[in-house]
Design a protein around this ligand. Structure first.
Ligand SMILES: Cc1ncc(COP(=O)(O)O)c(C=O)c1O
Length: 414
């Protein structure tokens, strides 16, 4: 095997960072855990675990409605998380940050509240060929219900968006453009600001699926120039079951509520109900309070390490992994965009990725195998599935070596 060039991962103290993640100390099948599935869900630092633990131990109560101390403390912590997220993504105000269950729910909210009332038969919804199912299926459902048409901007064999083709598909007929910021299957980083400028010439609103972007880079929703930005806390080292939708206040004001129930109303009579102010208008029912508290802690944690330092560390890991895995005989990397985040999707000879993932697990390595909720990407590359190594801020080049050695053993086995 050709020797990969060793790249040092800067002065980011990854060994100190790893101590923040208790789960990284465990073993799997008698081997130290090598967790390379952060794109599916990141591990949580102690700060997040302890923040949610403190909520349940010390001030567990429902938010917004209580005058008692526990409820007020819970509300304060929950709303503090919203304040943190507001400044983390540079939203205009907390009124622009709607808590949802995650990216999927945020996209469905936009589909049902923003777009559905506007759509006419023949209108177009434009997405790209590299979208996650969560940025395909809600639009498809909407098209079926309204007679609108789903259009798909093509990608090339490196897994990059064909910007000229996308530009040619923009017109007054397009009611919304949905684009993933960073592809979970390919790692491609899309030029979202440029895409927003292109769409702006036709006044096309742009929804950005930011699920994979928040953990890897700093995001400024205003600088991007998009209209909707969707995110999930569990990808950014926070809890599952919580995420957010960002949109400008005037956009949200003009949208009808999506789900009805408690929390989202101002006044209810049997004749008519009126809606709560933003952001509560879109937050029916008891929210994921512990999740919100944990998200706030995750943001503090990310900011403490510094998004630039994290991005730098991960890009070095990506370079190292690309060289190291690329040197393995019979290994083909799927997704070789010029601008990529910490994801390496690959195939090894004709070994089915599921077999590969199962065997690799016995070396303690957690890889994701399958279609990664991006079946059209698999169809484009003519493969049923890939194996995917995805990197987080706690990964090391040593772990990539463990993966590479395990892959060599699997190759020899078959
Ligand atoms: C790019 C992308 N979009 C959307 C999602 C959906 O996120 P969630 O399941 O948290 O709603 C994911 C999750 O894998 C993703 O990677």
């Amino acid at each position: 095997m050709e020797q990969a060039t060793v790249i040092q991962t800067s002065d980011f103290d990854v060994q100190a960072v790893r101590k923040d993640f208790p789960i990284l100390g465990r073993s799997v099948h008698g081997k130290p855990l090598v967790y390379l599935d952060t794109a599916a869900s990141a591990q949580r630092p102690l700060a997040v675990i302890e923040a949610t633990d403190r909520f349940y131990r010390e001030y567990n109560a429902n938010v917004h409605r209580g005058v008692h101390t526990l409820s007020q403390e819970a509300t304060e912590h929950y709303e503090d998380a919203r304040r943190k997220l507001t400044s983390h993504i540079n939203a205009g105000s907390e009124r622009e940050v709607i808590f949802t269950r995650g990216t999927t729910e945020a996209i469905n909210l936009v589909a049902n509240s923003y777009l559905r009332p506007k759509l006419k038969p023949g209108d177009e919804i434009l997405i790209t060929h590299m979208e996650h199912h969560s940025n395909i299926v809600p639009w498809q459902m909407l098209c079926e219900q309204t007679g609108a048409v789903l259009k798909v901007a093509p990608i090339n064999h490196r897994g990059e968006l064909e910007l000229d083709a996308l530009a040619a598909m923009l017109s007054e007929r397009v009611a919304l453009l949905g684009v993933v910021h960073i592809s979970n299957a390919l790692g491609t980083i899309n030029p979202v600001a440029e895409i927003c400028r292109m769409a702006g010439r036709f006044n096309i609103p742009v929804l950005v699926d930011g699920a994979q972007a928040l953990p890897h880079s700093s995001v400024d929703v205003q600088a991007l120039g998009c209209d909707f930005y969707c995110l999930s806390a569990h990808k950014m080292y926070g809890p599952t079951g919580i995420g957010a939708l960002w949109a400008r206040e005037e956009t949200l004001e003009a949208m009808p509520p999506w789900q009805g129930g408690g929390e989202m109303i101002n006044r209810v009579t049997f004749e008519k109900s009126t809606w709560a102010e933003l952001p509560n208008k879109f937050e029916a029912g008891t929210p994921n309070i512990a999740g919100g508290v944990g998200l706030g802690a995750a943001i503090d944690y990310l900011q403490g390490l510094g998004l630039d330092a994290i991005a730098d560390h991960e890009s070095r890991l990506l370079d190292y992994a690309t060289q190291k895995l690329g040197a393995i005989e019979g290994l083909r990397i799927v997704g070789t965009a010029a601008k990529k985040a910490g994801v390496v999707s690959f195939l090894l000879d004709d070994i089915h990725p599921h077999d590969l993932g199962t065997i690799i697990d016995h070396y303690g390595v957690a890889l994701r195998t399958g279609h990664h909720c991006t079946m059209p990407v698999m169809q484009f590359f003519g493969v049923p599935a890939t194996a995917r190594a995805s990197f987080g801020l706690y990964n090391t080049t040593d772990e990539i070596d463990v993966l590479a050695d395990a892959l060599e053993k699997v190759r020899q086995m078959f």
